[in-house]
Write a protein that binds this ligand. Sequence first.
Ligand SMILES: [Zn+2]
Length: 74
Amino acid sequence: MPKKMEALSGLRAKFGSTVRKRYSRAYRTLKTARECPSCASLKLKRTASGIWTCSVCGYTVAGGAYDIVPAKTA
Ligand SMILES: [Zn+2]
């Protein structure tokens, strides 16, 4: 299946395709580089669901589970 652009091995053949697509979209959003509001570096990472921490200055902020801004269900 070379046409698929799912860059994930996480779920493999488990679950249906809808769930896998949803998962890969959330995963990609999660891995996007984010700017730290405090020191402007791109090291803001999610440490737990809804908790984002900058690995440079240690700035911690609450946000959405998969994005710094809580996603609207579309
Ligand atoms: Zn920072």
